[in-house]
Each structure stands twice: as structure tokens, then as C-alpha cells.
Design a protein around this ligand. Structure first.
Ligand code: UD1
Length: 414
């Protein structure tokens, strides 16, 4: 991606559906007897990969524009192969529905990834509590259960993936399940909304205890996923870093939560109206500390973008990462553009500089790519962000949206 920096962003763009809400909802459609129509689905590599995963299980999944149809009637295979899980860790989500529908699941154990070790012990403990037997063989996790039975499950820590996976298994289990210390992210609330539309009995989503009363079967439904709060946060950070003013159709301040608070503290004026969110950067640019935490804390998926913003904010700010142990890979790339960052353990002390200068940089993961694009928008000269395939996994046509807001950004052949 080639970015010419120095233009204030101005105008209106639309926020598409949330990637992290779509992926579990697609898989949850396997729990029903009949087909589901999911609307507001972003066009993304990860969504395509998940559609392929569903097809390898015998289901059908096809996207037309922002609509996705999942027909689970052919569901017959219980294995998610290494080749797919390796490219997208969220494939692990198939375990819950497979156990619930077929009583068995064989899923390649996801390995580590750029942002650190990503264990799945909490998913597995949850399945065991529901009565599944778990074995690790030849790099695959094999789970079997004659019949899942509701249970009281206390998670060691809130995990989005484990909460979603265990919820999906529990909706068809016999009896009552309670999940304590679950993830409270808006994407979990959205998944619960979808499950309820299928006929599941779920309550307490978005709080520290989710209750599920198992039902015998579920039917397909029509559902629209929530807008992507991380895409919205990224575009608001783009407005802030360029001193611009933008409107986000379908943006929702409620889902942005603490990100909106922190942006306001930094100096971005934010108003929500019937159409979405309007943002404009005032004169003040304050350094603001953030610490990533499970929801409602500051999302780790906005940490890299926040650091790019702080790199250009006069004063000192501290960005602390508590979710992923290796999520500072963007730091050395931002330094190549002139940022002044000192890493101390899991904190980065950022001393704002007056200007960044464009440079060739390398993206290491999805949100790091976005951070480098943001830095490029505000830098003097040209920034080339390499390895942007990371960006395509999670941002729908980011360059088109930024171009519509007046940025000079284009995709080049590598
Ligand atoms: C999801 C998001 C990802 C985001 C993350 C945290 C999707 C597809 N991905 O990932 O973008 O960065 O939430 O908001 O929605 N953990 C364990 N054992 C487990 C599971 C997790 O120890 O079995 C730990 C992890 O190492 C991490 C923390 O729990 O430190 C949170 O991870 P989790 O919420 O599970 O992240 P994902 O669902 O993988």
C-alpha cells in the first residue's frame, strides 16, 4: 500500500459488518437444522476462509455482496484440516457446533502466531465440563461426547474464543449451563443474539454470567451482524491523526466504549446522530495512556493504532498490553518513520514527535498494518506498507474508504 501523507481526512464513509462477530455467527449457523441468511457481512479473506471450512464439513456457504447464506443440511464431516486452521485460527470455532450436532470434532491444534502464543485450554476445559472427552493425537484435537450435559463453568480469565465456543456447544446440551467470568465483548452479545434468533435460550450475555438452557433443536434464521467497532475506531484514529473531520455511517459510540472516551480525552469531538458518528479533531492534542484489557477495557485490537496516534502527540504516553505477549511488532516499524518509543516489559513509553517521515515498512499482523497506514497518512512523504495481505484479512477495502475521505493511498503490485 503506497500512502502519500499530509492530507486531512474529510467526508463520510460507511462502516461494514464486524469480522469478529461474523466468524462465530457463520459457524453457529451449523447448529440449526435449516439454512440461515446473515446480512451485513464484510467481504474479507477471513470470511472466505471460514466459508471454505464450513464446506469441508459438508455444509454450504455462499456470499453475495453483504449477504451470506449458510445451509447446514449437508453437515456430515467432523474434521477441520491443518491447512485451513493454519491460515485462520478462528477455525477452532467449529468445535462447539460439531460436538453439539455430531458428537465429535477433530480440529488441527492451532499453532502460535505473530502476536504470541495462543492457547486454547479454556475452550477445551469448557467442553470437558460439558461432558466431552478430549485427546491430542498427531497435532489434532479429538473431542467426543455421546451427549453434552449442562454444567457450571468458571473461566480462569475472560476469553472471547472460549466463551463463544462453549456457548455454541451448550445451546443444544441437556439442561442448564452457566458461564462465569465469560468475555463480555459486543461480538459475544451479537452471537447470543443470533443463537436466540435460532431458538436458543440464552441470557446474561454482556455481563459476568451467561446462562443457557439447552433446547432439543434449532431452526435457521435471518440475522444482521453488528458494525465493526475496530474498523470504526481505526477510521476515527485516522481522523484524529490527520486533524480531520469524518462521519461514519452505522458507527455506534456504545460499541466503541472506552475507545470513544480515550479519543475524546485526546481531543477528538464525537457526536452520535441517527446516521452514525461524526468526529472532528479540535486544537488540543493530549497524550493519553491506555492499558489493554478484556471488554469493557481498552481493546487490544486498537492498541497498535493508538500507538501510531500517540507517536505524533506532543508529550509522553504509556501504552500497556496485557492480552497478547508479543504485540509490539509495529514499534520498530514506527521507529523507522521517526517515532520515539521505548519498550519496558509489556509497556511502551511513547514520546510524541512533531513529524513522522514516510518510509518503506513491513506489516506483521492485521492491526499493526492498520497502524502503519495511519502513520503513513500523517507522515511527510511516501510510506510503503509491505505484506498488506494481513490488512485484507480484516479490513474491507480500507484504501477505498480512506480515498473517499481524501487520502492519497493506493495498492501497488509488489
Ligand atoms: C479474539 C479476537 C482477536 C482479539 C482477541 C482479544 C476473533 C476472531 N479474534 O481472539 O482479534 O485480539 O479476541 O480481544 O474474535 N487464552 C488462554 N486460553 C484459552 C484462550 C485464550 O489463556 O483457551 C488467553 C489468550 O492467550 C489471551 C487471552 O486469553 O491472553 C484472550 O484471548 P481470547 O479472548 O481467547 O482471544 P481470541 O478469541 O483468540
Amino acid at each position: 500500500m503506497v500512502v502519500e501523507g499530509g492530507r486531512r481526512l474529510k467526508g463520510e464513509v460507511e462502516i461494514g459488518g464486524s469480522k469478529n462477530a461474523t466468524l462465530p455467527v457463520m459457524v453457529a449457523a451449523l447448529l440449526a437444522k435449516g439454512p440461515s441468511r446473515i446480512r451485513g457481512v464484510p467481504r474479507l479473506k477471513d470470511v472466505d476462509t471460514m466459508a471454505r471450512v464450513l464446506e469441508t464439513l459438508g455444509a454450504q456457504a455462499g456470499q453475495e455482496g453483504s449477504e451470506l447464506h449458510v445451509d447446514p443440511r449437508g453437515l456430515s464431516k467432523h474434521e477441520a484440516p491443518y491447512d485451513l486452521v493454519r491460515t485462520m485460527r478462528a477455525s477452532i470455532y467449529v468445535m462447539g457446533p460439531l460436538l453439539a450436532r455430531l458428537g465429535r470434532a477433530r480440529v488441527s491444534l492451532p499453532g502460535g502466531c505473530a502476536i504470541g502464543q495462543r492457547p486454547i485450554d479454556l475452550h477445551l476445559k469448557g467442553f470437558e465440563a460439558l461432558g466431552a472427552r478430549i485427546e491430542l493425537k498427531h497435532g489434532y484435537i479429538e473431542a467426543t461426547a455421546k451427549a453434552l450435559k449442562g454444567a457450571r463453568i468458571i473461566f480462569d480469565k475472560p476469553s472471547v474464543g472460549a466463551t463463544a465456543n462453549v456457548m455454541m456447544a451448550a445451546v443444544l446440551a441437556k439442561g442448564r449451563t452457566s458461564l462465569h467470568n465469560p468475555a463480555q465483548e459486543p461480538e459475544i452479545v451479537d452471537l447470543a443474539g443470533f443463537l436466540k434468533r435460532l431458538g436458543a435460550r440464552v441470557s446474561g450475555e454482556g455481563t459476568d454470567c451467561i446462562e443457557i438452557e439447552g433446547v432439543a433443536s434449532l431452526s435457521g434464521c435471518d440475522y444482521e451482524v453488528i458494525p465493526d467497532r475496530i474498523a470504526a475506531g481505526t477510521l476515527l484514529a485516522a481522523a484524529a491523526i490527520t486533524g480531520g473531520s469524518v462521519s461514519l455511517r452505522h458507527g455506534r459510540l456504545g460499541d466503541l466504549g472506552i475507545v470513544a472516551e480515550k479519543l475524546r480525552e485526546h481531543g477528538l469531538e464525537l457526536v452520535e446522530n441517527g446516521r452514525g458518528v461524526r468526529a472532528s479533531m479540535g486544537r488540543r492534542k493530549a497524550p493519553v495512556h491506555v492499558t489493554t484489557m478484556p471488554h469493557p477495557g481498552f481493546p487490544t485490537d486498537m492498541q497498535a493504532q493508538w500507538m501510531a496516534l500517540m507517536a505524533l502527540t506532543p508529550g509522553t504516553s504509556v501504552v500497556t498490553e496485557t492480552i497478547w505477549e508479543n504485540r509490539f511488532m509495529h514499534v520498530s516499524e514506527l521507529e523507522r518513520m521517526g517515532a520515539a518509543v521505548r519498550i519496558q516489559g509489556n509497556s511502551a513509553v511513547v514520546t510524541g514527535v512533531g513529524r513522522l517521515s514516510g518510509a518503506p515498512v513491513m506489516a506483521s499482523d492485521l492491526r499493526a498494518s492498520a497502524a502503519l497506514v495511519l502513520a503513513g497518512l500523517a507522515a511527510k512523504g511516501t510510506t510503503e506498507v509491505h505484506r498488506i495481505y494481513h490488512l485484507d484479512r480484516g479490513y474491507e477495502r480500507l484504501e477505498d474508504k480512506l480515498t473517499a475521505l481524501g487520502a492519497r493511498i493506493r495498492r501497488a503490485q509488489e
